[in-house]
Design a protein around this ligand. Structure first.
Ligand code: ADP
Ligand code: C5P
Ligand code: MG
Length: 213
C-alpha cells in the first residue's frame, strides 16, 4: 500500500513521473510505445493494471473493477494508486535505471480525478509534467469503435464509449485544467497520423528538458 505519511514513497530526486492524459482513444497507449523505445520510460497504464487486477485470481476487487470499467466510471482511487505504487516499486527493484540516471515513469490514464492527483502526489511521488493528447470526440469515437473490432475490451462499444466521454469531460478534464494552472501541461493536438502526433509529442517534451535516452 502507499504510505500514509505525508512524505511520498518515492522522491522526485530519484524518479521522474510524467502523467499521460487524454480522452479515451486519443492515442496514449500508442504513443507510449514510442516514448518507451526512445526515452527509456517505464510505461504504467492505470487501465491495464486495473484490467490485470480484475482477472487476478484471489483479487477482492475483480467484480467491482469490471462494473466500473463497463460503466466508464472511475475506480476508487485507493485501488488504482496502490497498483501504480507497487508497480513502480517492482520496476525499480527488478529493472533499476542505469547508474547515474533517474528512473522515468510514464503513467498513462492517471490521474483521472482530482482526488487521485492529490493522493498520488502526497503519498507516491510528485509529477514533473503532464502530457495531454487533445483530440475531438468524433475522432476518438471512430478510433475506439475500430479498436473494439479486435480489442476484446468490455468498454469498446458505443454505449460504454458514450459514458467514458461523459466521465472524461466532467471528471478528468478538471485534472488537466488544474495542472495547466500549475504550468505543468504539455498539450499536443492528437488528430494527425501516429507519426505526426509523435513528432509533436517529442517536440513538446524536449522543450521541457526531456531528451532521448
Ligand atoms: P488510448 O490509450 O488513449 O485510449 P490507443 O493508443 O489505444 O488510445 O488508441 C486508440 C485506437 O486508435 C487504437 O486502435 C490505435 O491503434 C488507434 N490510433 C492511435 N493513434 C492514432 C492516430 N494518430 N491515428 C489513427 N489511429 C490511431
Ligand atoms: O485508460 P483506459 O481506457 O484503459 O481505462 C479504462 C477504464 O479503467 C476507465 O474507463 C475507468 O473505468 C478505469 N480507470 C479508472 N481510473 C484510472 C484509469 C482507468 O477508473 N485512473
Ligand atoms: Mg490506453
Amino acid at each position: 500500500m502507499a504510505s500514509s505519511s505525508s512524505t511520498p514513497r518515492f522522491s522526485a530526486n530519484d524518479v521522474t513521473v510524467i502523467f499521460f492524459l487524454g480522452g479515451p482513444g486519443s492515442g496514449k497507449g500508442t504513443q507510449s510505445a514510442n516514448l518507451v523505445r526512445d526515452y527509456g520510460f517505464v510505461h504504467l497504464s492505470a487501465g491495464d493494471l486495473l484490467r490485470a487486477e480484475q482477472v487476478r485470481e484471489g483479487s477482492q476487487y475483480g467484480d467491482m473493477i469490471k462494473t466500473y470499467i463497463r460503466e466508464g466510471k472511475i475506480v476508487p482511487m485507493e485501488v488504482t494508486v496502490a497498483l501504480l505504487s507497487n508497480a513502480m516499486a517492482d520496476s525499480l527493484a527488478t529493472n533499476p535505471p542505469p547508474a547515474g540516471t533517474k528512473a522515468r515513469f510514464l503513467i498513462d490514464g492517471f490521474p483521472r480525478k482530482l482526488d487521485q492527483a492529490v493522493f498520488f502526489e502526497e503519498t507516491v511521488c510528485v509529477s514533473e509534467l503532464v502530457l495531454f493528447l487533445d483530440c475531438p470526440e468524433d475522432v476518438m469515437e471512430s478510433r475506439l469503435l475500430k479498436r473494439g473490432e479486435t480489442s476484446g475490451r468490455d468498454d469498446d462499444n458505443a454505449e460504454s464509449i458514450r459514458k467514458r466521454f461523459r466521465t472524461f469531460v466532467e471528471t478528468s478534464m478538471p485534472v488537466v485544467d488544474d495542472f495547466q494552472k500549475k504550468g505543468k501541461v504539455v498539450a499536443v493536438k492528437a488528430t494527425g497520423s501516429v507519426d505526426e502526433v509523435y513528432g509533436l509529442v517529442k517536440a513538446g517534451i524536449e522543450q521541457r528538458g526531456v531528451h532521448p535516452r
